[in-house]
Design a protein around this ligand. Structure first.
Ligand code: NAD
Length: 262
């Protein structure tokens, strides 16, 4: 379904509380590949999924060594926010952003200028490490320095435990406080805007039907179909960095661009 962008803009203009759910697709224009899109990391190399699966990470030193190499060479360290991230900062400046729930671990929303207090990182952050045994947290850069110096799988300096990025791997429970905040934000909004997510990873994807059941309008912006397109009030199949600025511009601003299915 292609949707009339001006109708979506009117819903945003009327809304007092917009909750946004972002996924990896908002950061592809910043040079960070997603997992499941056409150029996704897992689309190209399905075996790469192992490094993001807790059970494999904890049990297999070879998986950890690969994960450290992936972290070392991640495009995220030099990535800059794009027009999609900035459009969400603008929405916040308009006083309409209730919460920004992100599945992303790159912190580009905060770097773009989104208020960290409104950003809920339900899958954690790649910019810190945490010890799986003692729970100690430290900046990722400190651990990467050790990898550059030759340690293939640096261990916790306090207790010798396994270090892992402070992200939520597959098979790992979400932080319950973050999940509760995200669910409350989905329940309390007038519009739920899901941007750049395949909406296949739970419980994050469950925020979409939760918002709908709670009376919100649901708008999905994504290049490809999602399992929730049928439930949405509007589906915008267009490049995020092009369409989000037009969608979230002030009500009296420039005329809406036409939306094309991609
Ligand atoms: P996903 O890879 O499952 O889906 C991304 C979706 O975005 C795809 O459907 C793709 O078609 C769409 N997309 C990509 N670029 C787009 C663009 N420019 N315009 C419009 N649509 C675009 O991503 P997900 O649903 O977020 O799930 C992946 C998980 O992996 C997340 O939970 C996240 O934690 C993690 N991840 C994070 C990052 C990051 O932080 N940048 C990157 C990769 C994966």
């Amino acid at each position: 379904m292609g949707s009339d962008l001006s109708a979506v803009r009117a819903w945003i203009d009327q809304a007092e509380r917009v909750t946004v759910l972002t996924g990896a697709g908002i950061s592809t224009d910043s040079g960070i590949p997603d997992f499941r899109g056409p150029q996704g990391v897992w689309t190209k190399n399905p075996a790469a999924e192992k490094t993001a699966t807790l059970q494999h990470y904890l049990s297999d030193p070879e998986v950890r060594k690969q994960a450290w190499q992936n972290r070392l060479h991640s495009p995220a360290w030099t990535a800059q926010p794009n027009a999609g991230h900035r459009a969400l900062v603008h929405l916040e400046q308009r006083g309409k952003l209730h919460a920004l729930v992100t599945q992303n671990i790159d912190e580009l929303h905060q770097i773009a200028g989104s208020d960290p207090a409104r950003v809920i990182e339900i899958h954690g952050t790649m910019r810190h490490v945490v010890c799986w045994s003692c729970g100690e947290r430290a900046p990722m850069e400190k651990a990467l320095e050790r990898v550059r110096a030759g340690e293939e799988d640096p261990a916790c300096r306090t207790c010798g435990g396994i270090l892992k990025s402070a992200t939520i791997s597959f098979g790992q429970n979400l932080n319950q406080a973050d999940l509760m905040r995200a669910e409350a934000a989905a329940t309390a909004c007038d519009v739920l805007l899901a941007v750049g997510s395949s909406l296949t990873v739970y419980p994050a994807a469950g925020l979409v039907p939760l918002a709908k059941q709670s009376g919100a309008r649901v708008v999905i912006v994504n290049a490809e179909p999602t399992p929730f397109d049928g439930l949405a009030d509007a589906v915008v199949n267009a490049p995020i960095a092009d369409v989000l600025p037009a969608l979230l511009a002030d009500g009296g601003g420039s005329p809406a661009a036409p939306v094309h299915d991609v």
